[in-house]
Design a binder for this molecule. Structure first.
Ligand SMILES: [Zn+2]
Length: 281
């Protein structure tokens, strides 16, 4: 009984800490209502940047954390989805830009969660944190061990595989795992970073190489059929949501063609931008 009281008190504290200083939850600020995409995946991001909550029997895994202080919406969204009685055990960060890592330290402090990212993403997150100011000021998270290429992590019944796929930044990390729709498993992929950085021509070549690699990884075994992009406009998330609500099904979020088309588009854009530097193909 005491444990229940302590846990309830902890939840109230988390709620109070999260709400304090949260930007007003309105469309002009980029707020959108969180929603369930699959049996085990929820969207808790905003209009411009994605954040996903993956539910496992041993707790929640958050993928990307938004720019601070918009990150404060994430615990509120978890509560709206009635997931607030679940512990956030892990936070996975795709790359070191503030719109993905900005809330990692905040959520880590709130839940005592482990943060997983690549070493190069962590380096960039420290630079970004130093540049952050005013209400958007954030600290880098504490990372105990860095994710390596082809490493994996098991949380409850869900295995996350990590691939270092540089090109948008040097430390982009892609994530490969299974989502469930009415109990049926589908392979989902989060591409670690979109769009090439023209200020660094070397990265453009790496981006093209990473897209080639992701394409071949995604075709090995069960092909990827769920594109969990880290920006919602890259996987037509809100259009698919409308369809999903109409149909009462997760099917609009599942499309092998859409995933592979996305990889092709990203690669073509990088090639077009990097036409002078790119000579391999
Ligand atoms: Zn970025």
């Amino acid at each position: 009984m005491n444990r229940v009281i302590v846990f309830a008190a902890l939840l109230i504290t988390i709620k109070a800490m999260a709400s304090a200083g949260a930007p007003e939850m309105k469309s002009e600020n980029g707020y959108i209502e969180p929603f369930r995409m699959f049996d085990n995946v929820y969207y808790v991001g905003d209009k411009w940047v994605s954040s996903y909550a993956v539910e496992t029997p041993s707790g929640l895994v958050i993928i990307d954390t938004l720019d601070f202080p918009y990150s404060r919406w994430i615990p509120i969204n978890l509560e709206k989805l009635a997931l607030n009685d679940k512990k956030v055990t892990h936070i996975i960060v795709t790359h070191g830009h503030s719109d993905h890592v900005g809330g990692a330290e905040f959520l880590q402090s709130l839940y005592g969660a482990k943060v997983i990212m690549s070493k190069k993403a962590f380096r960039l997150s420290k630079e970004q944190a130093l540049k952050s100011e005013g209400k958007s000021r954030f600290s880098p998270p504490v990372v105990e061990s860095f994710a390596e290429d082809r490493s994996n992590m098991l949380v409850g019944d869900t295995e996350f595989k990590f691939y270092i796929t540089p090109g948008h930044t040097e430390g982009d990390m892609s994530i490969d795992f299974r989502v469930k729709d009415k109990g049926k498993l589908y392979r989902a992929f989060v591409v670690g970073g979109h769009s090439v950085n023209l200020q660094n021509p070397g990265l453009a070549q790496q981006f093209v190489d990473s897209m080639d690699r992701i394409e071949s990884l995604a075709l090995q075994g069960t092909p990827v059929s769920v594109n969990l992009s880290n920006h919602p406009h890259k996987n037509n998330l809100f259009e698919n949501l409308e369809e999903s609500v109409k149909e009462g099904s997760s099917k609009p979020f599942i499309s092998k063609e859409e995933f592979f088309m996305f990889i092709e588009q990203q690669r073509d854009l990088a090639k077009a931008k990097n036409i002078n530097n790119y000579s391999k193909k």
